[in-house]
Ligand binder design. Structure first.
Ligand code: NAD
Length: 332
């Protein structure tokens, strides 16, 4: 694996993943294809390095993606590019279908055309296609439901998760029909530095530090598992190099918390590290109307990736959040 196409590499997880791969595999050549939407870290994307090249473009552009395969002769693809915010998917679902479904189809087809001349006969036997999906494709669980395993039926319940699940179906279709070597990851919520502040944790931090309301949907009782982005990068590394074709891997940290618990953790860290004279940061918490179709709980059983690929998360939520909070207030 020497030439990698990473899509959406200017986004939160993709940019961490590129940094991780450039450091660990300095002999790899990475091309980052990203449209630079509102969510992108442009300053990161544009930093050219000898083994890194940035292309501004849209994953739904078949001609462009095919030309990139011709020019760079990729062995592997890690497909992050997506519209990724549930609230936005409720407002503009068609954009999510275009990017997340059509974009995945275009990439698969360009990869297939480049790697195979006939179904089942790869010209690039070591090719890999990794699709970065989400725990949200399983849909909401009630409080007593066991954590999801990879063979559970998908039950996405909003336009974002439905578009990610549709992308998964295309990936499985190309694996089954044409013999493409594909792997799907389903991770829980990521957190870490440089996340766009529409997502929960950076929103809490930014608003608390600016003395503004920290708005939580409903009563803050929705439950999510929280995975440090560096742990996710290590998992993607394992899956890219050791994952079995056609397989799906859940990736989680076993750090489930309600949104209110996460908010309180961060507020109490700020109370310790940068106390306000007259109040706790928790006093900024406000409850707002619940999101339409809000999923109450997601939970993953991650024993498969642990047992078969030897991946385990290294950063506890307490450590990861403390690092993040210290970084944000400039103590690092
Ligand atoms: P992000 O929103 O931070 O970044 C997405 C990137 O994709 C941006 O740089 C954007 O410019 C790019 N992009 C969007 N549309 C594009 C297009 N048409 N062509 C090319 N580039 C385009 O997202 P993220 O949080 O880093 O998530 C990355 C992937 O991981 C997504 O596929 C998401 O579904 C998945 N995921 C995210 C989380 C999470 O907690 N953030 C959890 C599980 C899975």
């Amino acid at each position: 694996m020497q030439k990698l196409l990473i899509t959406g590499g200017a986004g939160f997880i993709g940019s961490h993943c590129i940094q991780f791969f450039l450091k660990k595999y300095p002999h790899y050549h990475i091309v980052n294809l990203d449209k630079l939407t509102y969510a992108a870290r442009i300053s990161f994307a544009l930093q050219e390095r000898p083994n890194y090249h940035f292309v501004a473009g849209d994953v739904t552009n078949f001609l462009l993606v095919s030309e990139l395969f011709q020019t760079f002769n990729f062995d592997g693809v890690i497909h992050f590019a997506a519209e990724s915010h549930v609230d936005r998917s409720i407002v503009d679902p068609l954009l999510f279908m275009k990017t997340n479904v059509e974009g995945t189809g275009v990439l698969l087809h360009a990869a297939y055309r480049h790697w195979f001349q006939a179904p089942g006969q790869p010209q690039h036997p070591n090719h890999r296609f990794v699709y970065i999906s989400t725990d949200e494709v399983y849909g909401a669980l009630d409080a007593h439901h066991r954590p999801c395993i990879e063979t559970d039926t998908l039950a996405p319940s909003n336009p974002y998760s439905a578009s990610k699940a549709a992308g998964e179906c295309l990936v499985q279709g190309y694996a089954h029909t044409y013999g493409l070597y594909t792997v799907i990851t389903r991770s829980t919520n990521n957190y870490g530095p440089h996340q766009y502040p529409e997502k929960l944790i950076p929103m809490i931090l930014e608003n608390a530090l600016q003395g503004q309301s920290i708005a939580l949907h409903g009563d803050g009782s929705s439950i999510r598992d929280w995975l440090h982005v560096e742990d996710h990068c290590r998992a993607i590394d394992c899956v890219l190099h050791k994952g079995q074709s056609g397989q799906v891997y859940n990736i989680g940290a076993n750090e489930a918390r309600t949104n209110l618990e996460i908010t309180s953790m961060i507020c109490h860290m700020l109370d310790d590290l940068r106390p306000l004279s007259d109040r706790s940061y928790t006093s900024f918490i406000r409850f707002i109307a619940d999101r339409i179709g809000q999923d109450r709980r997601y939970a993953l059983d991650c024993r498969k990736i642990q047992a078969t690929l030897g991946w385990v998360p290294c950063t506890t939520l307490q450590e990861g959040l403390e690092q993040l909070v210290r970084g944000q207030i400039g103590e690092d």
